[in-house]
Design a protein. Structure first.
Length: 332
């Protein structure tokens, strides 16, 4: 009997961590997840939803704990998904963002290297479209690709750019298999309600059920390339099955505004005009905003055979339906 491949996921409590754990388990992997702290409030939920995941305590800002985690899991693949990942939060906590999202990548790579697994363990680094920053966008209708210039516009984007380049440096310096996935916005039912898409779908469901009168948002005009997280984790896995380590953009090739998301979300509950149910809060505005993000997934489609399956209307429909069901099943 062939021994199951072993994978270690940092950020197991997040949206992508959950989807990826599910995918890897279905593919026959033995899955390990890094979790912070003895009393992490998400521990019980992860244990219930993913009973097949072996949890290991560790922290991206504690290099020793990462060495122990790598030794304990002995992974063929490491997926570094952990980060301070909320753009707005990164403006309020830039130092913590740098420690976790930037230096944490270095700590993960070092843990693999110093344990002697630099040539046997493949590493996935979660890069982000926020590294592009939405500036120098001089090709209307064409998305950012693997050769586009970076100009991050937030502490989160800057920290991710460090993580991206240190990953490439370890690839080139030590011959490590490190693949960087430059993922555009990917959402879904596991997204936290602090993120605008889930904040909207959650609020729409509560408005429909009479539990709240409106939702407070910041800017409504920014445009994003939104896909479904469940599709994107398959792209992560495909990157580590590729013959050589490389960088890949995952995106839909379409961009939509927050107003468009609102229109589709409220339409799901039969509301044609969402304006009476939306209030703009100046406190939610960011010091610097990215106007538009649009990705070009051509390379991933051609070299990895990756395709997104859920389109934008389908994503909104899925999220609103989930949040409506969540309310109904939680009621006595």
């Amino acid at each position: 009997m062939t021994e199951a491949r072993r994978a270690l996921i940092t950020g197991i409590t997040g949206q992508d961590g959950g989807h990826l754990a599910e995918l890897l388990h279905d593919k026959g992997y033995e899955v390990f997840g890094l979790i912070r702290g003895q009393n992490n409030p998400r521990r019980e939920a992860v244990t219930i939803e993913f009973p097949y995941v072996t949890l290991i305590e560790g922290d991206l800002i504690d290099p020793t704990s990462l060495v122990r985690a790598v030794e304990a899991s002995d992974p063929a693949e490491v997926y570094n998904l952990a980060a301070v990942s909320h753009v707005g939060y990164s403006f309020k906590n830039p130092a913590l963002t740098a420690d976790v999202t930037a230096k944490g990548v270095l700590n993960v790579l070092e843990a693999v290297r110093v344990t002697g697994r630099e040539h046997s363990t493949r590493v996935y680094q979660a890069s982000t479209s926020e590294m592009f920053g939405g500036l120098d966008y001089n090709r209307p209708g064409a998305g950012y690709n693997e050769h586009s210039l970076f100009h991050p516009r937030s502490p989160y984007g800057v920290a991710k750019l460090y993580g991206h380049w240190i990953a490439k440096n370890y690839r080139e310096s030590y011959g490590m298999f490190v693949a960087c996935g430059i993922l555009f916005n990917h959402e879904g039912e596991r997204r936290g309600t602090e993120f605008v898409t889930r904040k909207i779908s959650h609020a729409v469901a509560r408005i429909e059920r009479g539990l709240q009168p409106y939702v407070e948002l910041g800017d409504l005009w920014p445009k994003r390339d939104w896909g479904y997280a469940g599709d994107y984790v398959e792209g992560m896995w495909r990157m580590l099955q590729h013959p050589v380590p490389d960088d890949f953009v995952l995106a839909t090739g379409q961009t939509h505004s927050i107003e468009e998301f609102l229109t589709l979300a409220f339409a799901e509950i039969g509301v044609d005009d969402w304006r009476p149910y939306v209030k703009q809060d100046p406190a939610l505005l960011r010091p610097a905003e990215v106007d538009i993000l649009l990705g070009d997934p051509t390379k991933a489609e051609q070299e990895l055979g990756w395709r997104r399956k859920v389109d934008f209307p389908g994503l909104v429909r899925l999220m609103v339906a989930h949040d409506l069901q969540l309310i109904d099943t939680s009621r006595p």
